[in-house]
Design a protein around this ligand. Structure first.
Ligand code: ZN
Length: 552
């Protein structure tokens, strides 16, 4: 079991914006952060993260909670699993009351196997020769922990000899299980590139074959520790330079990353055998760098660069594209001692948006009016995804490329969508503001309860009750606490709001009494007189009156 004290100190050391920002892209909105909710499909963000409250809440589907709850729900993990995941993401060492856990066991397997892979390299001349032929230096081998995995039998022997339990090695993605239940090594006879989490712990491996295996590169499978679609190879080594130089270079292969670093471009990273997708955006956004896409100049490389540029520009990133000429990858150029020409290519990268526009126009025969129309449609759609100012700045380039008037692209402004709160139940700001104030300043609760009753709050009565019962995880209470449009009032403001609320309340009540046929006449006339000539005038004069005064 995980020691409670260590759970507490983990909770204290993590920040919810950081935690959630690792999974989805958050945008600053006032004191809070906003995103499209990962728990229900939506196009306008109603998912709010509050750094001051350390909670999240979705105004659309009502989910909410703290960092741990988020990880549990999103990754479908149990409470202890979520704690361990958070600890591993933040390089935090949990203490256990007895025994250990699946996570720390899998981590231990990965760390030991990595050491062993690295040791094997020196005993494998053809692996060393391969790296040498690609120009990889000794210090790069050490910096990136490059290793070698021999035949499968040797892997199994190593696991047995090191007393590493096979089910844990299975969890770590090192071995797989066949149909008859037998275990076998996943990576064999390959040069290994350990893949680290952004905080620097080994989570998986990429392996390059030295034989003529049809798959040149393969990666560890997806495990609880290893999520390929969110990680970037080399990020833990590049992080510091990315923050310092406000630049991030995305390349296509592991070897490209190694060679970029070897040539002093320490901001280089690569995706793990996948295209760059929106899942990478949270990591890319850290440190607010310019993103340089350094891809091969072949057909596949250009297509990948186009897709990535479109996604990055729509997501509001600044950056550019470098395509390496003549089918040469950056690793080759650097290995040939052409570091200065690489530096020049990086400096002269084509900015993202013009790159996209030029690529679109190059796909069409612009002498053919119908083709031109298609190109126009594609450009208009792309520009339409950008912010208004960016769109306007690049429209002349698009118009020039097509040879049309810029006015053709129009200036269609999409109306800003106003956010819905509490569904449609949001017509009385006063009641919600009172509740919000009580939530933030609970010492005022007794004063308020003297003059109002929970029932007076109509549809918000359950919310009021939840507040009085300290139900902090009540979804609407959480919504209330992160709703920035509601002000926490001073005591004086609270008094005024309460008086206005009461005046409105007694006005409505008066109308009800008049039409009420169940009340005896004498009581009816007493209540009408009391409200009309006593309560309302006193409220209007500035007095707060305790409830129940209109009754006898
Ligand atoms: Zn939602």
């Amino acid at each position: 079991m995980i020691d409670n004290a260590s759970i507490e100190s983990l909770k204290n050391s993590i920040d919810i914006v950081d935690v959630i920002g690792n999974f989805i892209e958050l945008r600053k909105a006032g004191a809070n952060y906003k995103a499209n909710c990962p728990f229900h499909g939506e196009k306008t963000p109603s998912f709010v993260v509050s750094p001051s409250k350390q909670i999240y809440h979705c105004f659309g589907c009502g989910v909410g909670g703290d960092s741990i709850k988020f990880v549990m729900e999103l990754e479908k993990l149990s409470y202890p699993e979520a704690i361990e995941k958070l600890a591993s993401m933040h390089n935090f060492a949990l203490t256990y009351t007895q025994g250990s856990s699946d996570y720390s066991d899998a981590k231990r397997v990965l760390e030991q196997i990595q050491k062993w892979y690295a040791q094997n390299l020196d005993a494998t001349p053809n692996a060393l020769a391969y790296l040498q032929s690609r120009g990889v230096s000794r210090s790069s081998i050490e910096r990136f922990g490059i290793g070698y995995v021999p035949q499968g039998g040797r892997v199994m022997e190593f696991l047995h000899a090191s007393l590493l339990p096979l089910p844990k090695a299975l969890d770590a993605g090192i071995i797989a299980q066949g149909e008859r239940g037998e275990f076998y090594a996943r990576l064999v006879e390959r040069v290994t590139f350990p893949i680290f989490s952004s905080s620097g712990s080994v989570v998986g491996f990429g392996g390059r074959t030295l034989g003529n295996h049809p798959a040149k590169y393969i990666n560890s499978p997806q495990t609880k520790l290893f999520n390929k679609s969110r990680l970037l190879y080399g990020y833990h080594l590049a992080k510091e330079s990315i923050y310092k130089n406000r630049r991030l270079i995305v390349c296509e292969g592991y070897l490209d990353v190694v060679m970029f670093h070897q040539a002093g471009f320490n901001e280089a990273v690569a995706t793990l055998g996948t295209a760059l997708t929106t899942e990478h955006l949270p990591l890319l956004r850290k440190g607010d760098p310019k993103i340089i896409l350094a891809y091969d100049g072949d057909k596949a490389g250009i297509a990948a660069a186009l897709k990535a540029s479109q996604m990055l520009s729509v997501a509001g990133f600044d950056g550019g594209v470098v395509l390496f000429p003549d089918g040469q990858d950056p690793a080759d150029l650097i290995a040939q001692g052409e570091s200065s020409s690489v530096a020049k290519l990086l400096r002269e990268s084509k900015p993202l948006i013009p790159f996209v526009l030029e690529q679109i126009s190059s796909h069409y025969n612009l002498h053919d009016p119908r083709d031109k129309e298609s190109a126009f449609g594609e450009m208009k759609q792309f520009l339409g995804g950008l912010s208004q100012i960016i769109k306007e700045s690049y429209t002349p380039i698009a118009a020039t490329l097509l040879g049309v008037a810029p006015a053709l692209f129009g200036a269609s402004v999409t109306p800003t969508q106003t956010q819905e709160r509490f569904g449609e139940q949001r017509d009385d700001i006063a009641q919600l503001s009172i509740l919000k104030t009580l939530q933030e300043r609970p010492t005022l609760i007794p004063t308020v309860l003297e003059v109002v009753e929970v029932g007076m709050f109509g549809r918000y009565a359950p919310l009021f009750e939840a507040l009085l019962n300290h139900q902090h995880t009540h979804p609407h209470l959480m919504g209330l606490s992160v709703d920035e449009s509601l002000q926490v009032m001073s005591e004086e403001e609270l008094h005024t709001t309460l008086r206005n609320f009461l005046i409105k309340h007694y006005d409505t009540k008066l109308k009800q009494i008049v039409t009420d046929t169940t009340l005896p006449f004498s009581q009816k006339s007493f209540m009408i007189r009391k409200i009309k000539s006593d309560i309302i005038p006193r409220l209007k004069k500035g007095e707060l009156i305790a409830i129940g005064k209109e009754r006898r």
